[in-house]
Design a protein around this ligand. Sequence first.
Ligand code: TYM
Length: 330
Amino acid sequence: MPRVLSGIQPTADSFHLGNYLGALRNWVAMQRDYDTFFAIVDLHAITVPTDPVELQDRTRLSFAQLLACGLDPELSCIFVQSQVPQHAELAWVMQCLTGFGEASRMTQFKDKSAREGGDAASVGLFTYPILQAADILLYQADQVPVGEDQRQHLELTRDLAQRFNGRYGDTFVVPDAYIAKETARVVDLQNPAAKMSKSLPTGCLFLLDESKVIEKKIKRAVTDSVGEVHFDPVEQPGVSNLLAVIAAMSDSPIAEVTENFAGGGYGPLKQATIDVVVPFARDFAVRVADLMADRAELDRIMDEGARRAREVADVSIVEVYDRVGLRRPS
Ligand code: TYM
């Protein structure tokens, strides 16, 4: 079976609808047909200032959310990145293969470092995409299911795999990004020009928000002055976003969903969005609460996932040390 790896940061108290539709939903769908590895990437989380207790809590809560989404530890290796030291080991080697200019061109770094206040941004934030490349390459992943915002990081990952293979001999699989077309970029409900993101909470649908909050955010979603429902992400990005959400959540083609609203205004479109998102979020929250109630069991699943991940990661690391000319701990 082809190998899949992806990751998500534990940097909020809840995943949001963009995470779910852009990534997590595809992870769940891939479990049976691929050899799947999914990580809570807490090493990535500390590239910006984080509170240690909050990070621990969010890592556990994020892990519970992965299970609540439908990831099954019997089918997938689900683990926390910091429990697998090989990620940091390979990241160092990959940093030594990355050009300074190459790393400087990463657009997410430019955006995030501006938010951190320019020069105050950490070197870890700068090398973040290289750690991400290490995450992927360690597991020899063929496919990496992510949202559109990760495309540039995947390109860097491919370049680094090819560079390592060229310099030291064939070692790494060169992975492909797996980006679901319709939901690759769920947009902000208040500003359809921006992607939905935890850093813009008013336009972001957090899955663990209360139903009333979700409902209110959808009701207030920015639309346009066209007054008719068409799927046209350029001219009607807000409306098209709601159509894409309904289509994805109800497993229906966008054309069919759009057809159902032909001639209608935006009120029914928003109500239909509420009708698909609110019950899903409500069930999700119940499952998360159940999982969080048994902390010992959650920790057991985490430790078991990490044990399996270390086994696979170590095969790559042993080969890398050998090829690069480093000495393994004896
Ligand atoms: P993160 O934690 O920001 O986001 C997790 C996943 O959610 C997707 N996503 C979206 N998809 C569609 N619309 C949106 N508005 C939206 N917002 C977020 C992201 O594309 C991502 O797939 N760098 C990664 C974490 C990472 C990783 C990896 C991913 C670390 N190592 C290795 C893949 C493989 C990130 O920041 O994800």
